[in-house]
Each structure stands twice: as C-alpha cells, then as structure tokens.
Design a protein around this ligand. Structure first.
Ligand SMILES: Nc1ncnc2c1ncn2[C@@H]1O[C@H](COP(=O)(O)OP(=O)(O)OP(=O)(O)O)[C@@H](O)[C@H]1O
Ligand SMILES: O=P(O)(O)OC[C@@]1(O)O[C@H](CO)[C@@H](O)[C@@H]1O
Length: 313
C-alpha cells in the first residue's frame, strides 16, 4: 500500500462566486466540501488510480468527524488518522468565475499535544511496515516540531520505504537534509528555499541540499525534474482553464504511483503533468477529470535537459 501523511488535515471548502471584489458581499453560487490537506488530496487521487492507499495524520472535533465521514463515503482511502482534542482546521478556496483566479484562505490548525504526537509516531512506524512508499505533505499544525519531516523521512528510509516530500519553508529546508527520495516544491517554494527564481538552477540547488531527486511544479508550464539518472522538462499541450487548487497534489500522486509501478522518469512526469492538468478541470482538489487525463496523457511533451558541465548534480 501507499501511505500518505497529512499532519494538518483540513475540511476543504471550495466557494465559487461570480466575481471576487474586496469590501463587497458575495453570494456563493456553488459550494464543494471535501476531505483536504495536501496528503489527503494525494491519497484520494492515488485511490482513484486504483492504488491501495492509507492516510494518516491528525483529525479532531466536528470538522474532523465531517472530514472522516466524507473520506469513508466518497473514496477508497483507508482512514488511519490519529484523533486529537482540538478541531481540524478549514481551508477555503474562493474561485472567481469571471477571471478563473483562486484565492486561498487556510486556518492554522489545532494544537497537537506531546502525547498526541507520540501516539502518531507509533501509528506511523506501524504503518511503514506495510508501505511501498510514503508521501509527507503540507503545512504543520501548532505543537508539531519543525524538523518533523526530517524525522519522518529518516524513519521511513531506515524501514526501506521511499519518501516523497511536499512542503514549504523551514520544514522543507530541514526535511531535505534527511535525504528524501523525491521533493516536489512549486516555483515559489523553490525560490524561497534557494534564493533563485531560475527553476532549473534552483532545483539543482535543492538537490544538492539532500533530496535524491527534485521535481519542481511550474504551474501551467508543467514540471521539471532533476534526478541521478538525468533531468527532464515536461509540459502540458496547452494551458487548462479552471481551479488549480490541488494540482500540485495530483502531481505528487502521479509521481508516487509511477515510482511504485517502476515507471521511467519521463513516464512518471507525463503522468504527473496530465493528472495535475486534469485536476484544474475538476470541481475541487483531490479530484481529476478522467476524460481530460486520458486525452492529455499522450500529448505531454517530455524533453531531456542538458547535464551541467561543472561538477555538481
Ligand atoms: N492552468 C494549468 N494548465 C495545465 N496544467 C496546469 C495548470 N496549472 C497547473 N498545472 C499542472 O499542475 C501542476 C502543479 O501546479 P502548481 O505548480 O501550481 O502546484 P502547487 O502550487 O503545488 O499546487 P497546490 O499547492 O494547489 O496543490 C503543474 O506542474 C502542471 O503540471
Ligand atoms: O496549508 P497547507 O497544508 O500548506 O495547504 C493546505 C491546502 O491549501 O492545500 C491543498 C491544495 O494543495 C488544499 O486542498 C488544502 O487545504
């Protein structure tokens, strides 16, 4: 099975409004409520692709109960979330129907106590015993140590389980040093980490900091990957209009499923780019439009990038 970790799970609301205007009252035309937080989105996409998937992390309060009920009713993901006393946060994506732009509002999440944290670590170690790969995703709730992803990466690697890391800021910086098999930053996260806005240079620098491979997501431009076997750029055939929230999570699901299935890097990237573009077409994060995915998959253009002549990776 594939394990996903969402320490800061969320009840994910998507509001569609005709036009988003500061200081105005908005009438919401469509509402979608989903089990969210990045790792749960990854899990839902993996399950839709037919992978046996287990989701852990924390859930609590009425929002946590609602999230768990939705997860069980609407997906084949196995719920291994650890209960917490505080309430799971809400994350809200407001989609402006006039422009297609999305505005994201994310609550901080419940405080996790030391005892809850210890319970989680026990659960995580048990689940690793049966995992083919693990994805560590998203922001941290208050109370969780900032080096958590480094610790979870080390535990997985000593259990022989490949790790994909998708987070930002200090948790990303520390997590990289523990040598995850793959990191998936977006362009902003990569620039904040490395201080360079040139994605290929930044991805190489992120790899020097410890990740075995780095796959950077570049919004409508697709992805680039820097690995021990080479570097590639993969682009969708066209820009897709819609809601990009969760596109990065679908990219992670594409890369992770490809890793577990033993696909080559170009095949993994094609899948990740087609799946994530198909997510832009879907109503909410954690979903993809199956027809768009099938249509785009053979059309993704993958090109090998030159190997740098200077020493380095
Ligand atoms: N408008 C678009 N058209 C086609 N593909 C897109 C578009 N926007 C995003 N994608 C695809 O989705 C992938 C992930 O997008 P992005 O880089 O915005 O991720 P992200 O910021 O991590 O997303 P999130 O945090 O919302 O999950 C891109 O690599 C690309 O393949
Ligand atoms: O606050 P985080 O953990 O960074 O991100 C949480 C979140 O905004 O990411 C997803 C999109 O990737 C949303 O579904 C989700 O709620």
């Amino acid at each position: 099975m594939i394990l996903t970790v969402t320490l800061n799970a969320a009840l994910d609301l998507t509001y569609r409004v005709p036009r988003l205007t500061p200081h105005a009252t908005h009438r919401v035309t469509d509402v979608a409520e989903r089990p969210g937080g990045k790792g749960l989105n990854v899990a839902r996409v993996l399950a839709a692709l037919g992978h046996r998937t287990v989701a852990t992390g924390f859930a609590g309060g009425g929002t946590g109960d609602a999230l768990r009920a939705l997860l069980t009713q609407e997906s084949d993901v196995t719920d291994a979330l650890v209960p917490v006393g505080g309430a799971t946060r809400r994350t809200v994506a407001v989609v402006d129907a006039a422009t297609g732009d999305t505005t994201q509002l994310n609550e901080p999440g419940p405080v996790v106590s030391p005892a809850e944290w210890r319970t989680f670590l026990g659960t995580y170690r048990e689940l690793l015993a049966d995992a083919q790969a693990v994805a560590l995703c998203g922001s941290l709730p208050p109370g969780v140590p900032v080096d958590v992803y480094a610790r979870l990466t080390r535990a997985a690697r000593s259990a022989g389980v490949p790790v994909v890391l998708d987070t930002s800021g200090e948790p990303l910086r520390r997590g990289l040093a523990a040598r995850p098999d793959l990191a998936k930053p977006n362009a902003d996260e990569l620039a904040a980490l490395t201080g360079t806005t040139e994605p290929l240079r930044a991805a190489r620098e992120a790899r020097r900091r410890g990740a075995h491979a780095v796959a950077a997501s570049l919004g409508p431009d697709g992805m680039l990957a820097v690995t021990a076997d080479g570097a590639w750029q993969a682009a969708p055939p066209r820009r897709i209009a819609g809601n990009p929230t969760g596109a990065g999570d679908s990219a992670v699901a594409g890369l992770l499923s490809g890793l577990v299935e033993g696909l080559s890097w170009p095949e993994r990237l094609s899948r990740a780019v087609a799946l994530s573009a198909a997510t832009v077409r879907a109503e909410a994060a954690g979903e993809f439009d199956a027809a768009t995915y099938a249509e785009l998959l053979p059309e993704v253009a993958v090109a090998a990038l030159p190997v740098p002549s200077a020493p380095g990776r």
